[in-house]
Design a protein around this ligand. Structure first.
Ligand code: SF4
Ligand code: SF4
Length: 202
């Protein structure tokens, strides 16, 4: 057997006296740097449930579920295949919907437990019933546009409903589009059809 060199012997004795350099994880929490880019986390107040992060996530670990039955939009993140790239935080619409934490360990025996979700009410088209977006997203757009929001009847009506200045419509009771439909909450498709009819009588 080769005899250890003096330096190696010194290191071994130091390790016996001082203890190992490495952390005792998983028996004790690991010592992680503040700046370490770990898993992302939704911020209840900063996220407006727009769905932008669903588009940007390269591994499709974020899902957006619109449920017309409950009238809810759910943003759902499954951590089991998140690669901690940070793109969802970087390109978040509001810039404060997601923060990157330095949490890195989500080891569990139950993979269904490593997810997070945020939700909001859906806003529907008053003509065809399609989902327009989430209520918080609508509010965010109105706030960002300021007085320019008054140029869009859908935004105006949303604001009116929110402020109790108009009663929510129970839906159209006629085929096609009439002039009165102009002041309804309409999805882009129905708005386009209405404008075409107004312009060219189509
Ligand atoms: S606000 Fe940001 S975090 Fe929330 S859904 Fe939109 S892009 Fe995602
Ligand atoms: S950190 Fe990257 S992989 Fe993880 S949810 Fe965000 S975009 Fe997707």
């Amino acid at each position: 057997m080769r005899k250890p060199k003096l330096r190696e012997l010194g290191e071994a004795i130091k390790a016996i006296v001082k203890g190992p350099y490495t952390d005792k994880f998983p028996f004790k929490p690991a010592n992680i740097a503040e700046e370490y880019k770990g898993f992302p986390e939704y911020q209840e107040d900063g996220c407006v449930r727009c769905g932008g992060c669903v588009q940007i996530c390269p591994v499709k670990t974020i899902k957006m579920i619109d449920d017309p039955e409950t009238g809810k939009r759910i943003m759902f993140r499954d951590y089991s295949n998140c690669i901690q790239c940070g793109q969802c935080a970087e390109y978040c619409l509001t810039g404060k919907g997601i923060v990157m934490t330095n949490e890195w360990d989500k080891t569990t025996l139950d993979p269904t437990s490593i997810h997070e979700q945020v939700e909001d009410e859906l806003v529907f088209c008053e003509s065809c019933g399609a989902v327009i977006t989430s209520k918080m997203h609508m509010d965010f757009i109105i706030e960002r546009l300021g007085e320019l929001a008054y140029s869009n009847p859908t935004l105006v009506m949303h604001q009116n409903y929110e402020n109790g200045l108009a009663e929510k419509d129970s839906g159209k009771n006629h085929e096609g589009f009439w002039r009165e439909d102009y002041m309804r909450m309409l999805c882009p498709n129905c708005r386009r059809n209405l404008v075409f009819k107004e312009e060219w009588g189509g």
